[in-house]
Design a protein around this ligand. Structure first.
Ligand code: NAD
Length: 485
């Protein structure tokens, strides 16, 4: 019988009282590796109460002491890199290299948080003789993070290091499809010396997410997932008086112009489409081929055809997700488009039989109105739209509702400048197909890819997970007074 996963409440492993358990399936093999509880509302109330208890002492601990946990966490994560990567690969289906890279990226977020005493010490100024204004940063109390399946360790760690270092108690609701990395994280934080109850894990699906949005004791929610759910969580959480920062889905457009370096462009576009089997919000999804770039496009397709799922690409998360992606391939030949590369034929001969494997796919000659040009497919698929001018390409990119990332391939500074100015996305690449901003630069998209103010990492995350007091003091013995004192 598969292992039954536990919640983490007040620093203790708690068996859920629910009678609703879902299987956790290893995408690479199809094997059921665990059962995850759909926790109840009363369990959530107990988690929130325990977190509120822990938040009092933790919030009163000096920042310089709190961030020591992040130094220790970084060392522990680095020392257990292979183990953590193995857990991620098992529950998510990523290749070992991809899982390792995601842990190392998460380590950068710990490093950023460890630097918070240097980055966010607060301001002080003498505003008139003997009168001083200063800002002091305070925690919000109990906060929560709700995360998707595609980066089960890294996405929670976009939020936890900053939120916890700022003195909050953090409740994580991981994806029910990949709930195991969250428990590894609880173990690491415990070993790193985080006081018990400051970090909790509550498992569940949409029902517990709605309860988190409504829970009166939770002050703020960070969400990462699809646009449909991001919008819902943002609406429901803010209606309950919470701060909500919700990142949603994506449809990233890459523009290739004739002066692009052919070999570099081809390698880079292919890596962007196929990395994490296309299941990342920064993946290339649409290629806008401007003018005479036929040879570059041919090279991209040729390189994609050499890849094999189960060897170069990891697995698709579930049979349901696989069926959804295949639906787009089956409907590809619409309005003149052609299915130029069918990833169903690009699976390694030795890929495990029970796994969900799909090689790279190309839908060529699509119109901007084609469903594969405008909807998030979330698989290793590239839709190619041929356009005459950069202006046409920008018009198509600007018209999509999403705004996570966009990139241009060119050797012209002028083209790059126009693109950076006019693309409608929060994260822009110039000759970079996965333009993830690295610390200290913040991560976050625009439009239907993000709801609420600011970004999920970096400086605006520091503001999101804390509040300031503006303190005005006068200790001068002078009796002189002015309009303010
Ligand atoms: P998802 O929206 O289905 O799930 C995300 C979280 O929401 C999970 O914890 C899930 O339990 C919960 N959830 C699911 N349905 C719900 C509902 N009806 N009500 C309330 N909560 C619900 O996303 P996913 O499939 O796990 O992840 C893939 C999506 O995440 C893609 O759209 C991808 O683009 C997006 N994503 C975005 C970013 C970003 O930075 N913008 C990063 C990673 C993933």
């Amino acid at each position: 019988m598969a292992e039954r996963l536990y919640n983490v409440v007040g620093g203790e492993r708690m068996r859920s009282e629910t009678d609703r358990w879902l299987p956790v399936t290893a995408p690479a093999t199809g094997e059921i590796i665990a059962e995850v509880p759909m926790s109840t509302g009363s369990e959530l109330s107990r988690v929130v109460a325990a977190a509120a208890d822990a938040a009092r002492g933790w919030g009163a601990t000096p920042l310089k002491d709190r961030v020591q946990v992040m130094f220790r966490l970084k060392h522990l994560a680095e020392a257990r890199l292979d183990h953590l990567a193995a857990v991620i690969s098992r529950e998510n289906g990523k290749t070992p290299e991809e899982s390792r890279a995601s842990v190392l990226r998460a380590v950068e977020c710990m490093e950023y948080a460890a630097s918070l005493p240097q980055l966010a010490p607060g301001d002080v100024l003498e505003v008139s003789r003997g009168v001083e204004c200063k800002t002091r940063r305070f925690p919000l109390g109990v906060v929560a993070g709700i995360t998707p399946f595609n980066f089960p360790l890294m996405v929670p760690l976009w939020m936890i290091p900053i939120a916890v270092s700022l003195g909050n108690a953090f409740i994580l609701k991981p994806s029910e499809q990949t709930p195991m990395s969250a428990l590894e994280l609880a173990q690491l934080l415990d070993e790193a010396g985080l006081p018990r109850g400051v970090f909790s894990v509550v498992h569940g699906d949409g029902e517990i997410v709605e309860a988190l949005c409504d829970a009166p004791g939770i002050q703020a929610i960070g969400f990462v997932g699809s646009t449909r759910v991001a919008r819902l969580v943002h609406r429901r959480g803010t209606a309950a008086g919470k701060r909500v920062r919700a990142l949603g889905g994506a449809k990233n457009h890459l523009i290739v112009v004739p002066d692009a370096d052919p070999e570099m462009t081809a390698a880079n576009v292919v890596a962007s489409v196929s990395g994490c089997a296309g299941q990342r919000c920064m993946a290339a999804s649409v290629l806008l081929a401007v003018g005479d770039v036929g040879l570059i496009v041919d090279r991209i397709v040729e390189k994609m055809a050499q890849l094999r799922a189960g060897r170069d690409l990891g697995a698709i998360i579930s049979e349901r997700a696989y069926a959804r992606i295949i639906g787009y391939l089956d409907r590809a030949a619409h309005g003149g488009a052609v299915l130029r590369l069918d990833g169903r034929a690009l699976v390694a001969a030795d890929a495990p039989a029970g796994g969900c494997y799909l090689g790279p796919c190309v839908i060529d000659n699509a119109s901007p109105e084609h469903e594969a040009s405008s909807e998030e497919i979330f698989g290793p698929t590239l839709t190619i739209i041929r356009c005459q001018t950069l202006e046409d390409a920008l018009r198509i990119e600007n018209a999509i509702p999403y705004g996570n990332a966009a990139a241009v391939y060119t050797s012209s500074g002028r083209v790059a400048e126009v693109f950076c100015e006019r693309a409608h996305a929060g994260m822009i690449g110039v000759n970079v197909g996965v333009p993830v901003p690295r610390e200290p630069f913040p991560f976050g998209g625009w439009n239907a890819s993000a709801f609420g103010e600011g970004d999920i990492t970096g400086r605006s995350a520091v503001d999101f997970w804390s509040r300031t007091k503006k303190i005005t003091t006068k200790w001068s013995a002078e009796r002189q007074s002015n309009w303010m004192s």
